[in-house]
Design a protein around this ligand. Structure first.
Ligand SMILES: [Zn+2]
Length: 172
């Protein structure tokens, strides 16, 4: 999925408690792509890696340096996510739910990437089984995603407004 959608999904799923929790979930929701493709983008910006041609859709996979694939394995694995989630649970003595936005990012990617470009290595390093889904640029995924996000956020803001109204009414 595109990076903004990932942030919005993370925020609505795990950050409804407060503004701080929302932005934390948003940031965690986009981080798997920041720490893989974001790193690659920076490397091309500083001329360390060569920028492939994106004009005609995703470039040939052979043009993407190996380290991007390695970072993608780590950031897009449900096993690594579960491990970090458990470790943080032990450290903080409670589940840090905002981290769930990472797991959700991987799940969403599993069903919105095809074999053509970075299918999700969600079982890495145990297995390299991947699902050949429809890429998120396809209208069959792209538009339903936008509509679903729009509905969820409308519901969220309406519920928030109602809550606030009730609160002010009770106060006076
Ligand atoms: Zn991703």
């Amino acid at each position: 999925m595109d990076i903004i959608s990932h942030g919005l999904w993370g925020g609505i799923a795990f950050g409804r408690k407060s503004r701080k929790s929302f932005w934390l979930s948003f940031a965690i929701g986009i981080s798997p792509d920041i720490f893989s493709f974001g790193v690659f983008w920076l490397a091309t910006f500083f001329g360390i890696s060569q920028r492939p041609d994106w004009k005609h859709g995703p470039p040939d996979i052979s043009l993407i340096p190996g380290y991007v694939g390695n970072l993608y394995n780590i950031t897009h694995s449900l096993i690594i996510f579960a491990l970090v989630f458990t470790i943080l649970w032990i450290i903080f003595k409670r589940p840090v739910w905002e981290i769930g936005a990472w797991g959700l990012h991987v799940l969403v990617d599993v069903f919105s990437h095809s074999y053509r470009f970075f299918p999700t290595p969600f079982l890495w390093p145990v297995s390299d089984f991947k699902i050949n889904a429809i890429g998120w640029g396809d209208p069959r995924i792209f538009f339903p995603n936008l509509i679903l996000l729009f509905i969820l956020y409308s519901w969220f803001f309406i519920a928030k407004m109602r809550e606030r109204k009730k609160w002010t009414k009770n106060k006076y």
